[in-house]
Design a protein around this ligand. Sequence first.
Ligand code: M1P
Length: 230
Amino acid sequence: MNYVFDIDGTLTPARLPIEQEFKKFFLKWIKGKNVYLITGSDYAKSVEQVGKDVLEAVTACFNTAGNICHKNGKVIYKNDWNAPSELVAMLEVFLKTSKYPIRAGRHLEHRIGMLNFSIIGRNCTREQRKDYNIFDANVHEREKFCKIIMETFPDIEATVGGQISIDIYALGMNKAQIIKHIDGPIYFYGDKTKKGENDYAIASKLTSPPNKVFTVKNWQETQNILKKFD
Ligand code: M1P
């Protein structure tokens, strides 16, 4: 069996480091198993969140939605993609016209094989993150942006990221692309498996046995599930 874990909201609290107790448990749990990590974030962020020891203990870590893969700290493959200027221009319009009043900076983050976009901006504080997330839960502006992007650019895919952003990549270059790099059945663990969310692409391909999808609310729920497999 192969075990694939999303990071934010599945192994760690959103954007935060893994809890030390859970890390100890997880390091023990993964011994002798085929374990993969998949996240929209870049590798540096994963090092910050779960630590080099976890990244070196897992079979492989897929970052930026599977557009780069590391094994034992070494790059195995990467897919380059440049966001078209027309898309960037559209995002600038969203930035000017969104009714959300605060702009904290770092609204576009170019990552390997993808672009991350946020109205509040990645420089926001934790408090501002929460506030934006509440605003978005009411008006669904991120879902609307994704819809407009995909209607305008048929060869581009956009999904709601975590709390504040959207992830944008070339069509099909989402988290589901990692399935072809893994041999055999997969148990997938993620917190954003609904349509329009960033685990949906991979989760929707793994719903039939012998594969299985575990949708979790947080890392505590992940731990409770894993305890049953020990
Ligand atoms: O890993 C989940 C998401 O984490 C961040 O989302 P946000 O900043 O919106 O909470 C981003 O790194 C995003 O790309 C990623 O998918």
